[in-house]
Design a protein around this ligand. Structure first.
Ligand SMILES: *[C@@H]1O[C@H](CO)[C@@H](O)[C@H](O)[C@H]1NC(C)=O
Ligand SMILES: *[C@@H]1O[C@H](CO)[C@@H](O)[C@H](O)[C@H]1NC(C)=O
Ligand SMILES: *[C@@H]1O[C@H](CO)[C@@H](O)[C@H](O)[C@H]1NC(C)=O
Ligand SMILES: *[C@@H]1O[C@H](CO)[C@@H](O)[C@H](O)[C@H]1NC(C)=O
Ligand SMILES: *[C@@H]1O[C@H](CO)[C@@H](O)[C@H](O)[C@H]1NC(C)=O
Length: 514
């Protein structure tokens, strides 16, 4: 199970870790939906008033007025049953799965009332699967995905099988498979028979332009895509932990960040923008490093280099993400693609200065500019950061709202409960498109929770133990909302553009001032 890190295929991995090392924050619990939407409304109103006072008193459209009304995702409590799937490493057979029976399907409550709608980012499940929507996915098309894939994962009759094609950096593949196994524990009997090809490298690779018809494109699951690629977005491995860089699974990370947020209230934080990461190899990060105060001009940014080699030598003591919620503003910037740091940065209760990026991951697609983050112009990063910080320090109420809304999104809409619901919906919708019955590939081996966890070493096992699903859900997942209509999508894009333009204009005026 152990893999050495450096021999990676030129991937931008550690860099992500780098970006990673930034942030995170804490949260409160959900309120019942009616109250929640009223509160969101009030918050919005406050934001609107704040912004319009600053911008242009008549210009209400500035702050994305209605986008919030599209949001149907309300935090709900996902309750768990008493049904548990056994786990033990004591038995000598525990490193293989042979002989394990599929868990009996949990009996779902008969009168399951319709569950609340899932958050809006679930709508992109439809977009991701759109290419195969009429023609379906034939075995032939599916197998053409092999050249991109690191592994193939097949579920047949409640058992999971993996055929490995290439070694992924660190344990990305294993933790991804682990995540799917935990999904099967949380929703026993619910994960349908399926056959997926999974790629563990960073940017999307399935270029739409290379295929005459979209349904000719091979379906490739991975963590990230952009507009020009057809990869299917899946939660990245770090939700179950990234032990090589000291990152625990998402749920305990959130709890730690929450404690830090309580410890250092926003107004007591440094009134500056913070980033820590690895700038090497990425031009945009390199550009951003010029905004550091050490370069002779005050752009309100404090940027730090993360040297992973050194950090490991001292046991990652200075790299604790929860300890990085000490600045009023946190910068998020892409690396080789999306950065795993995103969710920790967002969770910090400090407004995120989000350097606008073409990369889409499960989380970024749910974020609304002006509500969850402050967009930073990727072509004028220093000026843009300077203005955002000056503005926020002059409008602390509004700035805190953005920080809180971003954090609330991270802890409520991106909670593990929803991550599992997302995975279940995505895999279920995907399985419906298969035009053949999945069978176990000859070279595949069965995987199960104990076959991964029992042989894991001391570095990896704790993350697995901390992220193991012990009890089955006792209700249905949230209800999958439809795709955004073309009109809704256009409206959101237009509003975002308008916000960017408005901010740009203010930035230039601000910069021109002596
Ligand atoms: C905002 O939403 C309300 C209620 O849904 C609607 O009546 C109004 O026309 C919308 N305004 C804009 C500018 O879209
Ligand atoms: C949801 O869970 C929280 C925390 O466990 C609890 O305080 C709250 O009452 C629950 N709400 C509902 C509607 O069950
Ligand atoms: C689960 O177990 C607890 C403790 O044994 C019991 O009080 C509770 O009623 C059980 N819940 C269900 C849904 O069976
Ligand atoms: C080990 O597994 C076998 C087969 O599942 C079972 O019969 C046996 O009781 C187990 N032994 C222990 C000590 O759990
Ligand atoms: C950025 O500036 C701070 C403050 O002077 C300094 O401590 C830090 O090392 C600088 N970062 C880099 C990457 O040079």
């Amino acid at each position: 199970m152990r893999r050495s890190s450096p021999a990676m295929s030129g991937e931008g991995d550690e860099e992500e870790a780098a970006a990673l090392v930034e942030s995170a924050e804490p949260p409160q619990t959900s309120v019942s939906s009616g109250v929640a939407s009223i509160m969101v409304g009030l918050v919005f109103l406050a934001l609107l008033i704040g912004f319009s006072r600053w911008i242009n008193l008549d210009d209400n459209s500035f702050i994305l007025g209605n986008i919030s009304s599209i949001n149907t995702g309300r935090p709900r409590n996902h309750s768990l049953s008493n049904y548990t799937t056994p786990f033990t490493c004591s038995n000598g057979t525990s490193t293989t799965c042979s002989g394990t029976a599929a868990p009996p399907p949990w009996r779902w409550p008969a009168a399951a009332s319709t569950t609340p709608s899932c958050p809006d980012y679930f709508r992109y499940i439809h977009d991701d699967l759109q290419p195969w929507r009429g023609a379906g996915i034939t075995r032939d098309v599916m197998e053409r995905a092999r050249k991109y894939a690191y592994f193939r994962l097949v579920v047949v009759g409640g058992h999971a099988y993996v055929e490995t094609y290439q070694t992924a950096f660190q344990m990305r593949d294993v933790f991804t498979q682990w995540g799917i196994l935990q999904l099967m524990r949380r929703y026993p009997g619910r994960v349908p028979d399926l056959d997926i090809m999974f790629a563990c490298d960073d940017p999307g690779q399935v270029r739409a332009a290379e295929f005459a018809a979209p349904s000719d494109a091979p379906p490739v699951f991975r963590y990230c895509k952009d507009k020009s690629t057809l990869d299917i977005v899946f939660p990245d491995w770090s939700f179950w932990g990234w032990p090589e860089v000291g990152i625990r699974p998402w749920t305990p990370m959130l709890a730690e960040i929450e404690r830090e947020n309580k410890r250092v209230p926003w107004l007591q934080r440094e009134p500056l923008a913070f980033w820590k990461g690895n700038p090497d190899r990425y031009r945009i990060r390199h550009d951003m490093m010029k905004c550091n105060v050490s370069n002779g001009k005050e752009w309100n940014a404090r940027l730090f280099n993360q040297d992973w080699g050194k950090a490991r030598q001292n046991g990652l003591k200075d790299s604790s993400i929860p300890k990085q919620c000490l600045y009023r503003y946190k910068i998020y910037i892409e690396g080789n693609a999306w950065s795993v740091s995103e969710k920790y940065i967002l969770a910090c209760n400090s407004p995120v200065l989000f350097v606008v990026t073409p990369f889409q991951d499960i989380m970024s697609r749910g974020l609304v500019a002006g509500k969850h983050y402050w967009p930073i112009d990727r072509n004028r990063i220093c000026e843009s950061i300077k203005f955002a910080v000056d503005w926020g320090n002059q409008h602390p109420v509004e700035a805190q709202l953005i920080g809180e809304q971003g954090s609330r999104f991270a802890r409520e809409e991106m909670s593990m409960d929803y991550i599992y619901d997302y995975m279940l919906h995505l895999l279920t919708e995907y399985a419906k498109l298969l035009r053949y019955k999945p069978t176990i590939p000859e070279k595949a081996v069965e995987i199960c929770t104990h076959s991964l966890a029992c042989p894991a070493d001391d570095q990896h096992r704790p993350c697995m133990m901390d992220s193991m699903e012990r009890r089955a859900a006792d209700s249905d997942p949230c209800t999958l909302p439809p795709a955004f209509t073309t009109a809704q999508a256009k409206e959101m894009a237009d509003k975002e553009e308008e916000l960017l333009r408005n901010i740009q204009k203010r930035e230039k005026e601000h910069a021109a001032r002596p």
